[in-house]
Design a protein. Structure first.
Length: 134
């Protein structure tokens, strides 16, 4: 469901921040890609879905509470997640033994052509991954 726009190539979806919202975000992204990027390769679509999963998972894990997914295609494909934390994410060594993560930020940066972090006022942040739709 597009909660804020009548433009099919701009979707904003507010998510409750619970574990099930990652699945909802992927479903939203899948529908968006179908409608707005019909020529995109299957591999590129899978990469975008993985990117959405990682961004939303990080928001759920590190900034408890609601978050919002914004998808936009206007020449470039933009996937943004807004959450309530002002903590800037950073790369850390992946934990292959203890299972505490550390892979997501590396993956996000490898899948996106560009990653932008904006601290929002009065609080929270938005992380935007920009990709060339191919």
């Amino acid at each position: 469901m597009n909660q804020y726009s009548h433009d099919p190539c701009l979707v904003v979806r507010v998510l409750d921040g619970q574990a099930g919202c990652v699945h909802a975000a992927r479903d939203q992204a899948r529908a968006f890609l179908h409608d707005c990027t019909p020529g995109m390769s299957e591999q590129a679509r899978d990469d975008v879905l993985l990117l959405v999963s990682e961004l939303v998972t990080n928001a759920v894990r590190h900034a408890p509470g609601p978050c919002a997914l914004t998808l936009r295609c206007n020449g470039m494909l933009k996937v943004a997640v807004t959450d309530a934390s002002t903590e800037v994410p950073g790369a850390r060594a992946p934990d292959t033994i203890g299972g505490t993560g550390g892979f997501g930020w590396h993956l996000i940066n490898s899948l996106a052509d560009q990653v932008q972090i904006r601290i929002d006022q009065p609080g929270g942040k938005t992380i935007t991954a920009v990709l060339a739709p191919h």
